[in-house]
Design a protein around this ligand. Structure first.
Ligand SMILES: *[C@@H]1O[C@H](CO)[C@@H](O)[C@H](O)[C@H]1NC(C)=O
Length: 255
Protein backbone atom coordinates (compact mmCIF):
# COMPACT_ATOMS: atom_id res chain seq x y z
CA UNK A 1 0.00 0.00 0.00
CA UNK A 2 1.47 3.33 -1.03
CA UNK A 3 0.28 6.88 -0.68
CA UNK A 4 2.12 8.98 -3.20
CA UNK A 5 2.88 12.62 -2.87
CA UNK A 6 1.00 15.26 -4.78
CA UNK A 7 2.86 18.49 -4.31
CA UNK A 8 0.91 21.69 -4.12
CA UNK A 9 2.82 24.93 -4.31
CA UNK A 10 1.55 26.87 -1.34
CA UNK A 11 3.42 30.10 -1.54
CA UNK A 12 5.67 31.66 -4.13
CA UNK A 13 7.11 34.75 -2.58
CA UNK A 14 9.16 35.85 -5.57
CA UNK A 15 9.50 39.41 -4.34
CA UNK A 16 11.57 38.37 -1.32
CA UNK A 17 14.53 36.08 -2.06
CA UNK A 18 15.13 35.62 1.69
CA UNK A 19 11.71 34.13 2.26
CA UNK A 20 11.17 30.40 2.36
CA UNK A 21 8.90 28.78 -0.18
CA UNK A 22 6.65 26.05 1.18
CA UNK A 23 4.97 23.26 -0.74
CA UNK A 24 2.36 21.04 0.80
CA UNK A 25 3.18 17.33 0.70
CA UNK A 26 0.23 14.91 0.47
CA UNK A 27 -0.64 13.06 3.65
CA UNK A 28 -1.04 13.86 7.32
CA UNK A 29 1.46 13.40 10.13
CA UNK A 30 1.58 14.17 13.84
CA UNK A 31 5.37 14.21 14.07
CA UNK A 32 8.27 14.23 11.59
CA UNK A 33 12.04 13.73 11.81
CA UNK A 34 14.49 14.34 8.97
CA UNK A 35 18.24 13.71 8.97
CA UNK A 36 21.03 12.30 6.78
CA UNK A 37 18.73 12.72 3.77
CA UNK A 38 15.92 10.61 5.18
CA UNK A 39 12.36 11.51 6.19
CA UNK A 40 10.39 9.58 8.84
CA UNK A 41 7.12 10.43 10.56
CA UNK A 42 4.28 9.16 12.69
CA UNK A 43 0.53 9.67 12.28
CA UNK A 44 -1.96 10.27 15.06
CA UNK A 45 -2.90 6.55 14.94
CA UNK A 46 0.81 5.69 15.60
CA UNK A 47 1.42 4.47 12.04
CA UNK A 48 5.11 4.91 11.05
CA UNK A 49 5.96 6.14 7.54
CA UNK A 50 9.07 6.97 5.54
CA UNK A 51 9.27 9.05 2.39
CA UNK A 52 10.80 7.11 -0.53
CA UNK A 53 10.84 9.10 -3.74
CA UNK A 54 7.41 10.72 -3.80
CA UNK A 55 5.70 7.96 -1.84
CA UNK A 56 5.03 7.47 1.85
CA UNK A 57 5.95 3.86 2.62
CA UNK A 58 4.37 2.41 5.80
CA UNK A 59 6.73 0.59 8.16
CA UNK A 60 5.65 -2.28 10.40
CA UNK A 61 4.89 -1.53 14.03
CA UNK A 62 3.33 1.46 15.73
CA UNK A 63 5.17 4.35 17.37
CA UNK A 64 4.24 7.70 18.86
CA UNK A 65 7.64 9.25 18.04
CA UNK A 66 10.25 8.26 15.45
CA UNK A 67 13.75 9.66 14.87
CA UNK A 68 16.49 9.19 12.26
CA UNK A 69 20.13 10.20 12.43
CA UNK A 70 23.77 9.07 12.25
CA UNK A 71 23.05 6.21 14.70
CA UNK A 72 20.10 4.85 12.72
CA UNK A 73 16.33 4.89 13.09
CA UNK A 74 14.85 4.77 16.58
CA UNK A 75 11.41 5.28 18.11
CA UNK A 76 9.18 4.99 21.15
CA UNK A 77 5.69 3.48 21.32
CA UNK A 78 2.57 4.55 23.23
CA UNK A 79 3.80 2.68 26.34
CA UNK A 80 7.23 4.41 26.11
CA UNK A 81 9.08 1.26 25.04
CA UNK A 82 12.18 2.10 22.94
CA UNK A 83 12.92 0.46 19.58
CA UNK A 84 15.72 0.54 17.01
CA UNK A 85 15.24 -0.45 13.38
CA UNK A 86 17.59 -3.42 12.77
CA UNK A 87 17.53 -5.28 9.44
CA UNK A 88 14.10 -3.80 8.69
CA UNK A 89 12.55 -4.86 12.00
CA UNK A 90 11.93 -2.99 15.25
CA UNK A 91 13.96 -4.51 18.07
CA UNK A 92 13.29 -3.53 21.67
CA UNK A 93 15.90 -1.51 23.59
CA UNK A 94 16.12 -1.60 27.41
CA UNK A 95 14.76 1.59 29.02
CA UNK A 96 11.66 3.78 28.68
CA UNK A 97 11.39 7.17 27.00
CA UNK A 98 8.50 9.33 25.80
CA UNK A 99 10.58 11.25 23.20
CA UNK A 100 13.85 10.28 21.52
CA UNK A 101 16.34 11.94 19.18
CA UNK A 102 19.03 10.44 16.94
CA UNK A 103 20.43 13.77 15.69
CA UNK A 104 23.64 13.67 17.73
CA UNK A 105 26.97 12.42 16.39
CA UNK A 106 26.15 8.70 16.57
CA UNK A 107 24.62 8.98 20.03
CA UNK A 108 20.95 9.14 20.93
CA UNK A 109 19.16 11.10 23.66
CA UNK A 110 15.66 11.42 25.00
CA UNK A 111 13.36 12.17 27.91
CA UNK A 112 11.32 9.93 30.20
CA UNK A 113 7.65 10.34 31.16
CA UNK A 114 8.77 12.29 34.26
CA UNK A 115 11.00 14.42 31.98
CA UNK A 116 14.35 13.08 33.17
CA UNK A 117 17.03 13.19 30.48
CA UNK A 118 19.08 10.24 29.22
CA UNK A 119 21.59 9.61 26.46
CA UNK A 120 23.35 6.57 25.01
CA UNK A 121 26.86 6.86 23.54
CA UNK A 122 28.14 5.72 20.16
CA UNK A 123 29.53 2.38 21.30
CA UNK A 124 26.03 1.33 22.40
CA UNK A 125 23.92 2.88 19.62
CA UNK A 126 25.69 2.04 16.38
CA UNK A 127 26.21 -1.60 17.25
CA UNK A 128 22.87 -2.15 19.00
CA UNK A 129 21.25 -5.18 17.41
CA UNK A 130 18.89 -6.50 20.06
CA UNK A 131 18.71 -8.00 23.54
CA UNK A 132 22.25 -8.74 24.73
CA UNK A 133 23.79 -5.62 23.19
CA UNK A 134 25.11 -3.33 25.93
CA UNK A 135 22.96 -0.27 26.75
CA UNK A 136 24.53 2.03 29.31
CA UNK A 137 22.19 5.01 29.57
CA UNK A 138 23.76 8.16 31.01
CA UNK A 139 21.46 10.34 33.10
CA UNK A 140 21.69 14.15 32.95
CA UNK A 141 20.74 16.52 35.76
CA UNK A 142 17.56 18.54 35.32
CA UNK A 143 14.15 18.05 33.74
CA UNK A 144 13.33 18.62 30.07
CA UNK A 145 10.16 17.76 28.12
CA UNK A 146 11.68 17.77 24.60
CA UNK A 147 15.36 17.23 23.75
CA UNK A 148 17.21 17.24 20.43
CA UNK A 149 20.89 17.00 19.50
CA UNK A 150 23.19 18.06 16.68
CA UNK A 151 26.93 18.38 16.01
CA UNK A 152 27.41 21.54 18.11
CA UNK A 153 25.24 20.67 21.09
CA UNK A 154 21.89 19.52 22.42
CA UNK A 155 18.88 21.77 22.94
CA UNK A 156 15.93 21.18 25.25
CA UNK A 157 12.78 22.87 26.50
CA UNK A 158 11.30 22.34 29.96
CA UNK A 159 7.72 22.26 31.27
CA UNK A 160 7.70 26.08 31.48
CA UNK A 161 8.89 26.31 27.83
CA UNK A 162 12.27 27.66 28.94
CA UNK A 163 15.06 26.86 26.47
CA UNK A 164 18.45 25.35 27.36
CA UNK A 165 21.54 24.32 25.39
CA UNK A 166 24.09 21.71 26.40
CA UNK A 167 27.55 22.03 24.86
CA UNK A 168 30.51 19.73 24.32
CA UNK A 169 28.50 16.64 23.37
CA UNK A 170 30.44 13.95 21.50
CA UNK A 171 30.01 10.32 20.42
CA UNK A 172 31.80 9.13 23.58
CA UNK A 173 30.45 11.84 25.90
CA UNK A 174 26.78 12.22 24.99
CA UNK A 175 26.03 14.07 28.24
CA UNK A 176 28.34 16.90 27.13
CA UNK A 177 30.56 19.07 29.25
CA UNK A 178 29.67 21.73 31.77
CA UNK A 179 26.20 22.85 32.72
CA UNK A 180 23.00 23.92 30.96
CA UNK A 181 23.03 27.37 29.43
CA UNK A 182 19.62 29.04 29.37
CA UNK A 183 18.77 30.78 26.10
CA UNK A 184 16.31 33.66 25.76
CA UNK A 185 12.76 32.93 24.55
CA UNK A 186 10.06 30.29 25.07
CA UNK A 187 9.41 27.19 22.94
CA UNK A 188 7.26 24.09 23.33
CA UNK A 189 9.38 21.87 21.04
CA UNK A 190 12.84 22.23 19.48
CA UNK A 191 14.82 20.34 16.84
CA UNK A 192 18.50 20.56 15.86
CA UNK A 193 19.36 19.91 12.19
CA UNK A 194 22.18 17.64 10.95
CA UNK A 195 24.48 20.64 10.36
CA UNK A 196 23.64 22.29 13.69
CA UNK A 197 20.83 24.70 12.82
CA UNK A 198 18.05 25.01 15.41
CA UNK A 199 14.32 25.44 14.83
CA UNK A 200 11.42 25.35 17.27
CA UNK A 201 7.71 25.94 17.75
CA UNK A 202 6.25 28.07 20.54
CA UNK A 203 2.95 27.66 22.41
CA UNK A 204 1.23 29.97 19.91
CA UNK A 205 2.27 27.70 17.00
CA UNK A 206 4.87 30.09 15.59
CA UNK A 207 8.01 28.56 13.98
CA UNK A 208 11.29 30.20 15.01
CA UNK A 209 14.87 29.78 13.78
CA UNK A 210 17.94 30.38 15.96
CA UNK A 211 20.46 32.64 14.22
CA UNK A 212 24.21 33.10 14.69
CA UNK A 213 25.08 29.53 15.67
CA UNK A 214 28.66 28.42 15.02
CA UNK A 215 31.27 26.28 16.75
CA UNK A 216 32.56 29.18 18.84
CA UNK A 217 29.03 30.27 19.77
CA UNK A 218 26.79 27.15 19.84
CA UNK A 219 24.00 29.10 21.61
CA UNK A 220 23.58 31.53 18.71
CA UNK A 221 22.47 35.13 18.95
CA UNK A 222 18.69 35.50 18.44
CA UNK A 223 15.39 34.12 17.13
CA UNK A 224 13.77 34.85 13.75
CA UNK A 225 10.08 34.15 13.10
CA UNK A 226 9.53 31.98 9.98
CA UNK A 227 6.12 33.38 9.11
CA UNK A 228 5.73 31.31 5.89
CA UNK A 229 5.02 28.21 7.99
CA UNK A 230 1.78 29.51 9.53
CA UNK A 231 0.54 27.92 12.75
CA UNK A 232 2.44 24.70 13.40
CA UNK A 233 2.89 21.83 15.85
CA UNK A 234 6.23 20.36 14.85
CA UNK A 235 9.35 21.03 12.73
CA UNK A 236 12.53 19.23 11.63
CA UNK A 237 15.39 20.49 9.41
CA UNK A 238 17.84 18.70 7.09
CA UNK A 239 19.81 19.56 3.94
CA UNK A 240 18.27 23.01 3.52
CA UNK A 241 14.68 21.83 3.95
CA UNK A 242 12.45 22.75 6.89
CA UNK A 243 9.70 20.16 7.30
CA UNK A 244 6.68 21.50 9.14
CA UNK A 245 3.62 19.77 10.60
CA UNK A 246 0.85 22.37 10.73
CA UNK A 247 -1.61 22.58 13.60
CA UNK A 248 -4.09 20.60 11.44
CA UNK A 249 -1.46 17.86 10.74
CA UNK A 250 -0.70 18.90 7.14
CA UNK A 251 2.91 18.48 5.93
CA UNK A 252 4.91 21.39 4.49
CA UNK A 253 8.36 21.18 2.86
CA UNK A 254 9.93 24.65 3.02
CA UNK A 255 13.23 25.73 1.52
C1 LIG B 1 30.50 32.96 15.51
O1 LIG B 1 29.35 33.74 15.72
C2 LIG B 1 29.58 34.93 16.46
C3 LIG B 1 28.24 35.58 16.68
O2 LIG B 1 27.30 34.64 17.07
C4 LIG B 1 30.52 35.82 15.70
O3 LIG B 1 30.79 36.98 16.46
C5 LIG B 1 31.82 35.07 15.42
O4 LIG B 1 32.61 35.83 14.57
C6 LIG B 1 31.53 33.75 14.73
N1 LIG B 1 32.75 32.98 14.62
C7 LIG B 1 33.07 32.31 13.53
C8 LIG B 1 34.33 31.53 13.61
O5 LIG B 1 32.39 32.32 12.51
Amino acid sequence: MRACVIAVLLQLLLSDSQAMQCREVAGQLRQIDVSVGQVFGTKSDDTVLTLYGDCWIPLPGSLKHVTVGPSGVWGVDSTNVIFKLVNGKWVEVPGQLKQIDAGGDQFIAGVSTVELIYCLGKEATVGYKGPGSPTTWQGLLGTIKYYSCGPLGCWGVNAADDIFVRKGVSPQQCQGTGDWQQVDGKLSMIEVGSEGSVYGVNAAGDVLRRDGINSSNPAGTGWTLISECGKSNHVSFDLGHLWVITNDNRILDCS
